[in-house]
Design a protein around this ligand. Structure first.
Ligand code: SF4
Length: 323
């Protein structure tokens, strides 16, 4: 790894809802290095997909900045953006829904080349398509088949091949494994990991499934109601979660062993995530936090470094002792 390829500073996204504003993302900062996978976790409504959409220019940011490959990414003009868009590609949750059913596999994988590399002749384009198909575990014989003829895992391989055709430097994976059968997930996760190593890709890996995050990611960012709760290296986060929300998410993962399950010291997360239209004052996690104190309702905790983690909790130093 060698320095950040993506630097997100205080990114905010908000939408008007009637006469009010819904703050979907609230001053979120993070970076991703070349060759690094950053996991992004949090319940539905935490803002994960909105951050991905803002990075892809699909929703406008209301504040903050993004520096990608040294350029101010959110401020690129239409022409610059058209040329640079190929450097960030996305893999979607539902591979079949994201592929045009009227196009063959060869057409789907080759389409980005048609738009961005019109200089390539037909033979060279075909060679690149077949080479990418083989790289993701598809066969040349699949070229003229249609997406509905494939299993979910194979369809995801088509989506990955299409996303990688333009040699992007950042891949946004939005729940890439959650629509797949459990038996297929590890194969696709392994494929992504291998491709990342070979191509030195930076990956933003958005997921609900903590097991896949643990397998795939170098660092993990935990979001709640559009705010960063904790960012930590993978082993530190899973081995020693410092933020009460991170700890509660990990506690919510079922354990088969009843003795270990009984020994848990913090209750699994209860209740619902509050509406982002009316977020709690101070610390947004306070209405579900087992360690909340009066100060938590009055003061928004700042992000700060504690051990290997950066986290937002007034009592970050004590939370380990409290568990
Ligand atoms: S600031 Fe307070 S409410 Fe928020 S996580 Fe820390 S202890 Fe819990």
């Amino acid at each position: 790894m060698s320095g950040p390829i993506l630097q997100v500073n205080e990114l905010s996204v908000r939408y008007p809802v009637g006469a009010r504003w819904l703050q979907a993302v609230d001053a979120v900062s993070f970076s991703i290095d070349r060759g690094e996978t950053l996991g992004m976790v949090g319940e539905s409504g935490s803002g994960k997909s909105t951050i991905a959409q803002a990075l892809l220019h699909l929703v406008p940011a209301s504040g903050g900045s993004v520096v990608f490959r040294g350029a101010r990414w959110l401020e690129l003009g239409r022409n610059e953006l058209r040329k640079s868009r190929k450097h960030i590609q996305i893999i979607f949750q539902d591979p079949l829904a994201s592929l045009d059913p009227r196009m063959t596999v060869g057409e789907l994988i080759g389409e980005p080349l048609k738009e961005h590399r019109p200089d390539l002749g037909r033979a060279e384009r075909l060679e690149r398509i077949v080479s990418m198909m083989e790289r993701v575990g598809l066969a040349r014989a699949h070229l003229n088949r249609y997406p509905h003829e494939f299993s979910g895992g194979q369809a995801q391989r088509i989506g990955i091949a299409r996303a990688l055709m333009l040699e992007p430097q950042l891949l946004v994976c939005d729940e890439p494994l959650s629509a797949l059968d459990v038996s297929i997930r590890s194969q696709v996760a392994m494929l992504l990991k291998d491709l990342q190593r070979q191509l030195e890709l930076a990956i933003l890996f958005i997921a609900h499934d903590l097991a896949s995050v643990r397998f795939s990611c170098d660092r993990v960012l935990v979001l709640y109601l559009g705010r960063v709760m904790e960012i930590a290296p993978r082993d530190a986060l899973f081995g020693k979660p410092r933020h009460p929300y991170t700890a509660a998410l990990l506690q919510a993962v079922p354990i088969a062993d009843p003795v270990r399950a009984k020994a848990r010291r913090i209750s699994p997360l209860g209740g619902e995530i509050p509406s982002p239209l009316t977020p709690p004052s101070g610390c947004v996690f306070r209405t579900r936090c087992p360690l909340a104190a009066p100060r938590c309702a009055q003061e928004r905790p700042a992000l700060r470094q504690v051990g290997a983690s950066v986290l937002a909790c007034h009592f970050a130093e004590q939370t380990q002792l409290a568990r």
